[in-house]
Design a protein around this ligand. Sequence first.
Ligand code: SF4
Length: 407
Amino acid sequence: MDFAGPIDALTGTPAARFGLYVHFPYCVSKCPYCDFAVAVVREVPEERYARAVLTELDARLAADPSLRERTLESIFLGGGTPSLWHPRWVAHVLEGVAARLRVAPGAEVSLEANPSLADAGRFAGYRAAGVNRLSLGVQSFQEQTLQALGREHSGAQAVAAFETARRAGFDVVSMDFIYGVHGQTRAQVEADARQAVALRPEHLSTYALTVEREVLAVATPLSRQLDQGVLALPSDEAVVEMAQTVRDVYAEGGLHRYEISNHARPGFSSRHNALYWTGGEYLALGVGATGMWLTSPSGAPPEGSRYVNPRGSGAYLRAVEEGRPVEASREALGPEELFAERLSMGLRLRSGVDWEAVCARYGQSPEPRRAEVGRLVRHGLARLEGSRLVLTDAGADVHSAICARLL
Ligand code: SF4
């Protein structure tokens, strides 16, 4: 299936404009590189958590009835390990959402699944509940890399999980991979990429394990071991080579790079993730979830508001069940903050971003930035495609530094 939905005009990217993220915080164990809002528990409170998420939704709708007039174009159940949630409770949550909010026909509904919990009945249950895109946290097929990452599954289980997803009727399957892991070689990264492509997935997300990028947060057991010199990541040059290998193998396999860390077959880029890269709005429910929407009247530069729920599952459940406000924090976002986010996220996309139109929308002058754009183009870090500024592969490798200069 291909997902219906709008195209973001400033980047040319298919992207939901309003989506829902549901965070499921429970995991069977904590991976040493992980800093997500995660609770390791012996028994997952599946029913209690499902009911809490819908109670939170009711409270949010009571506080802002205008949300009922919006149409959800994507729903993403992320974690944590949402595949620890029995399909019965996933169905309960999705039915509860559809009973309270409008869900667009053809909306993308994703669920993150752990390869070690991939039984056929469970996956078929998710499909029957309305999940139409499964995202498998494979990370690697190599035992050595999986062990280094503290993952519970084997490479063979990851392959079996993919095949089980297909048999359960998922015709859109994504897999997540990590490269640049301590002890990993370029040849192992290439083997992972080749094996991934051979399975013919629709989508692959592939992240480097570096502190500056997305995967490895600063305060984790793994980053402490790196600081103490007990472990060492591959050199920057080796990681750049690994990244190039991944890109080449995926391209040969027909998966085009549409975002710095994401590849897809034509028509299968993630609508929900693209929402974050294109200034979309999102409601979020559950432990540690972050939601954001715009508040300004049409015509004026947008302003917004972002909230974050508490990261502890006990605190979250108690607040919801006692009818107390659940948010841990809420911040107002002015046009300048939204501009910075829109431009830097837009530059992650391989379609690029109409940078002058972004300036116009958020009330920022393009003039002080024009010379820097010219420099980026002259140095081969970016090119202009019509009105869109597109980072080259070399530019994408230094995305953060480029954004710092443009903002
Ligand atoms: S990386 Fe994923 S599976 Fe591992 S602890 Fe974090 S959320 Fe759980």
